[in-house]
Structures are given as C-alpha cells and as structure tokens.
Design a protein around this ligand. Structure first.
Ligand code: HXC
Length: 514
C-alpha cells in the first residue's frame, strides 16, 4: 500500500477514536453541562501543545459481553502538553466511553503517564470523570486502582500532583485524588463519595442526593477534601493555570520567578489591624498589603476559615502564606485549621517554597467537642510540620500570640529563621483577662470592689507581659518593626536565606501524628 494511503488510514483511525463513546453518549455528556474529555484538555493546556499517547489502546476483557466491544482509548486520554510554557502530563477520563470506568488497559494508560511524569519530573494533572471500577473486569480493575495509589504515593513530594473532579469519582476511586496535592471541584459537576446514595439507602434506609452526599460545595466547605472550588469548568481551568504559575515543576527546582511588583496602594498596612485586640479584621488584607501586586492566591478558601493559606510573591518569588484569621472564630487553632495549615506547610517544604507566617490568635479552641475530636493529635501536626520544614521560615507577629498558639505558629522555638513583631504584639501564656483571674484570684475576690480590682490587675498584667518587649529582651523575636517596614524586611529575609542550610540528623522518615 502506498504511504499516502497508509497516512489516510491513520487519519481514519484517529478520526474514529476522536468520536469517543459516539454521538449519543457525547450528547448526554453535553446535556449534563459537561465538556468532553478532549475539550477539557484543549481548554486547559496551551494552544496546540497537547500530544496524545496510547490513542489506539484496546481493552482485553472478554466476559460479560465485552468480547469484541470497541471502547475508544479504553475510556481515558493521556498525553503531555504545557501550561504557560511549563510542561505537564495529563490524563482525562472519558465518561462517554463506558462511563469512564476503569478497566485494566485504562489503568495501564494512567499508570504509564504517571510513570512518565515522575521520570521527567513534571507535574501530573488527572481529570476524573468515571463510574469507578469497570464491573465487567473484576479484580483487574481493582489492581489498576492499587497501581495508581502506589504511584501517587511514590510521586508525592517529587512532582506536583493535581486532581480535577469533573463528574463522578466514586468508591475507591476517590483515594487517588485524596493522595494528590491539590483537588479542584466544580459546582453541580463534581461528585465524590465512598458509598453512593443507593448503597446508603439499602444499608441505612436513608435517602440522600449525590449532591448533598459529596457535591462540590460539600468538599469545599465541609470535608476539606477540595482545595479549589469554582462555578464552571472554564473557571476551574483558569485556577489550575494560575496554580501552575506559583509552583515548581518538581522538588529539585524553584517556582518560576516573575517580574517584581509593588503591592497596590489601596491596601494600607497601617490601617488594617485594629489596636483593640478583640476587634476582628481580614488578615488577607495584610497579606495583600505585603505581596507583589497584592495578588494573593488562596487555597481551601471555604473550609476552616480561621486559618488562611495560599501563595503570593515577594520580589517575584513564590512564598507560602499561613495566617490566623481574626475574622473567623478570632483565628483560633482547632482540628481542621491545624490539618489545613500542616499539610500546606509540608507542601511548601517539599517544593522549596519559603514560608511566611502571620500570627494573631488567642490559642487553641477550648471545649469538649474539640478535645473529643482529637485537637491534641491534630494540633500536633502543625508543630510537627513547622519543626520539620527546612525552607526559609519568616514569622510576623501582628497582634495576639497567646499560649500554645504562640509556639505552634512558626515560633523561634520551632526554628523560624526570622521572627518580627509589630509594636501592638501581645506575647503571653494566655489572654490578660484569663491570666489576671488566675494569678490574682485572691486579691480580686477579697477586694472591696472585685470588678475594679480585676480591671486593675488585667492592666498590670498587660503592661508587664502583653507586649513584644519581654520576648524581644530574650531574643525570641528578632526585632520589633513598624507595620510598613514588613515587606522590606521580608524581602531582605528572603534574600539572606536563599542559601540556607538546615542540617538534620539522618532518618528514613519521621512519624508525624497523621
Ligand atoms: C462498567 C459502567 C460503570 C462501571 C458506568 N458504566 N459505571 N460500566 N463499570 N463501574 C457504564 C454504564 O453501564 C453505561 O453504559 C455508561 O457507563 C454510562 O453510565 P450511566 O449509568 O448511563 O450514567 P449515569 O446515569 O450518568 O450514572 C453515572 C453513575 C452510574 C452514577 C456513575 O453509572 C453508576 O452508578 N455506576 C456504577 C458506579 C459504581 O458502583 N462503581 C463501582 C464502584 S466500586 P452504556 O453502555 O449503557 O452506555 C469501585 C471500587 C474501586 O470503584 C476500589 C478501588 C480501591
């Protein structure tokens, strides 16, 4: 056959694969308000950058009517491309082909691109839209999941792994995204749960919709499984692209450096934090007053709002921010906020992203609910993550730093490299009211006017301890600074710590309080 004809044949074969699961299945996908797998890849990657592999892979299943059945690409598309010029490896499950169910060859394609991403040390993006394990293929599809989980774990901390949930992601399938670094969900499209509504109905007799069980809002607001929430697939792809600009390709590199830009003048750092330590404010505005172009990219924005995490740039370099949020529950640490911050700190540490911590908190949340939910175990994760992190660590104490919260929030004692405090900082074992009530109990109860005595003793305590100078006198903080000096000092700290060496004794790995 002449080459020309062979080329024609190739084109015809490709054309067939591009049909996915056929007209009807594609129409159903569109009717659900979803893009097709190929449209998603094209929308996400740089124009014309996608190269597909394993397009002609075929399944080998023979049972339950599978013999001779054509499943184009076996229900998943894999390949490589780029985002703003940064190389990425991608897989996208194609729900139009057998519900994107994961058979043996489907899993082989995913593990192939995972191996490729790890070998080339480039980020992996997985778009999930699947009915789960392909029922007809039995244990072979379960094996496929196991192979994926193993690779997720092997790659963890070496290459960034991003999961996008754009359809059902049910049963054991949820554990691949859960093992990755960032999970993106889209309203009304993402569905993520271990056991579906039918099982819940038959076992527990309860009726619940897929949306209420594991929709996008559930994971963005309640479980914390999702890191980014959006209203549409296109908005979701924009978020992924932005994330890619903040993170490095792998753990041996730094994130790409951008042109430095001053913060916007609308964020006046002197006017954000109220003098009265009980007054709330939005700590994100302090971050915006510090970072380049006031551009703060928040992560897990809708969950555990008492702590804020995300990326910003200082002098063009990516920095991970962790900040107590006085606007939500006075910024206390609790089970969820400790989990949220600890994982982010470990991410930044693994990927050479310096950490900047902004402190303003009354301590850990008291109460039986938190104690029984394991605030000791979860709170310890934060101490572990900060102590373990060897990237440059810069801390700014904005206002309150009480008790365990002071230690946990990247204190000198956990080896922060730079600790700055604003003049309004109060560094003490506990709040002045609580402290005065305990240590001056006798004087207060025996006084002619206990209320006045309490007020006097609170003031006395405040004057003695609730300021930054006792800690400064011990060198626990390096210097007391004016708010408007913060950015300048942080830029300098970053520069000085660019060649930081943090020696650690050898160990296989630690045993964090997971
Ligand atoms: C084989 C499947 C499939 C599956 C869907 N399909 N899921 N084929 N194995 N797991 C097929 C359907 O038969 C149908 O084929 C096509 O995909 C589209 O599915 P529909 O049901 O028509 O779509 P929809 O109404 O949108 O419902 C989507 C769904 C539902 C909610 C995901 O398909 C569903 O409940 N599927 C089964 C989910 C499940 O129980 N999976 C196993 C989980 S256990 P045709 O040919 O008719 O178009 C698991 C274990 C993993 O995953 C363990 C790892 C540790």
């Amino acid at each position: 056959m002449p080459l020309k004809n062979k080329i024609e044949e190739l084109k015809k074969r490709k054309e067939e694969v591009l049909q996915g699961g056929g007209e009807q299945a594609v129409a159903k996908q569109v009717a659900m308000g979803k893009l097709t797998a190929r449209e998603r890849i094209i929308a996400l990657l740089d124009e014309d950058s996608f190269n597909e592999y394993d397009m002609f892979v075929e399944h080998e299943a023979r049972d339950f009517g599978m013999d001779g059945k054509t499943l184009h690409g076996d229900g998943v598309i894999i390949g490589t491309g780029s985002i703003y010029g940064a190389p990425v490896a991608v897989f996208a499950q194609d729900f139009t082909v057998a519900g994107g169910s994961l058979g043996f060859m489907h899993a082989r394609k995913i593990t192939k691109i995972m191996d490729y991403a790890l070998r080339m040390r480039i980020p992996l993006i997985g778009i999930n839209d699947s009915g789960g394990a392909r029922i007809q293929e039995g244990v072979n599809s379960l094996a496929g999941y196991g192979e994926i989980f193993w690779r997720n774990t092997l790659s963890s901390g070496i290459i960034p792994q991003i999961s996008v949930i754009l359809g059902p992601c049910a049963g054991g399938a949820v554990y691949s995204p859960a093992l990755t670094d960032f999970v993106f969900v889209v309203d009304k499209i993402s569905k993520m749960f271990i056991t579906g509504p039918e099982v819940i109905k038959s076992v527990l007799g309860e009726e619940i919709s897929q949306e209420d069980l594991g929709g996008a809002k559930v994971h963005a607001m309640i479980t914390g499984n999702a890191h980014f929430y959006s209203e549409s697939e296109f908005e979701c792809f924009e978020q992924i692209k932005k994330l890619i600009t903040f993170i490095p390709w792998n753990n041996t590199r730094k994130a790409r450096r951008f042109e430095p830009k001053d913060p916007k003048s609308v964020f006046n750092i002197n006017e954000i934090v109220p003098g009265d330590s009980k007054q709330p404010y939005d700590v994100r505005n302090v971050i915006r007053a510090i970072v380049d172009d006031s551009d703060f990219f928040e992560i897990q924005e809708m969950w555990a709002g008492n702590i804020v995490i995300g990326f910003g740039r200082l002098n063009g370099e990516t920095v991970g921010f962790v900040a107590n949020q006085p606007m939500v529950m006075a910024g206390v640490l609790d089970v969820d906020s400790s989990d949220k911050a600890a994982r982010f700190i470990r991410y930044c540490d693994a990927f050479n992203i310096p950490l900047c911590t902004l402190v303003d908190l009354p301590g850990y949340l008291p109460g039986i609910d938190q104690e029984h939910a394991g605030v000791i175990r979860h709170g310890a994760k934060l101490l572990y993550a900060y102590s373990e992190a060897s990237v440059p660590k810069m801390t700014v104490i904005l206002r309150k730093a009480y008790g365990g919260g002071y230690i946990a929030m990247s204190s000198r004692h956990l080896r922060a490299d730079f600790v700055f405090a604003w003049p309004g900082a109060e560094i003490a074992v506990m709040g002045p009211e609580g402290a005065a009530n305990i240590i001056f109990r006798k004087e207060i109860t025996e006084a002619e006017n206990p209320d006045e005595m309490r007020r006097k003793k609170v003031e006395e305590y405040k004057e003695k301890f609730a300021n930054p100078y006792v800690a400064a006198a011990k060198g626990y903080i390096d210097t007391v600074i004016e708010p408007e000096e913060t950015r300048k000092l942080l830029l300098h700290a970053l520069e000085v710590s660019s060649t930081k060496v943090a020696d650690r004794p050898f160990k296989k790995h630690g045993i964090p309080p997971f």
